[in-house]
Design a protein. Structure first.
Length: 80
């Protein structure tokens, strides 16, 4: 149980430190599209602004790739 609580608190620390480094009038919430891995959350105190932006771009790219794969699968299924 102690490990579970520590992991949960590490996640809170990571997210809070990451969001605190953002300019909330201009920066995008990097966690709106996805969650950082447990390894990252457990080993870093938080993302810098640059890391947050890169993480958000990578999350968006992954979501777009998944969407394209689903659309391709649907097209292939319709052809069958």
């Amino acid at each position: 149980m102690v490990r579970a609580v520590r992991a949960d608190e590490a996640t809170h620390r990571f997210v809070n430190h990451s969001l605190a480094d953002l300019d909330h009038t201009h920066d995008f919430n990097p966690f709106a599209l996805g969650e950082a891995s447990a390894e990252i959350r457990g080993t870093k105190a938080g993302f810098t602004r640059e890391e947050s932006a890169a993480f958000a771009r990578e999350s968006q790219k992954k979501l777009e790739q998944e969407r394209e794969m689903v659309q391709h699968s649907q097209i292939e299924a319709a052809r069958s």
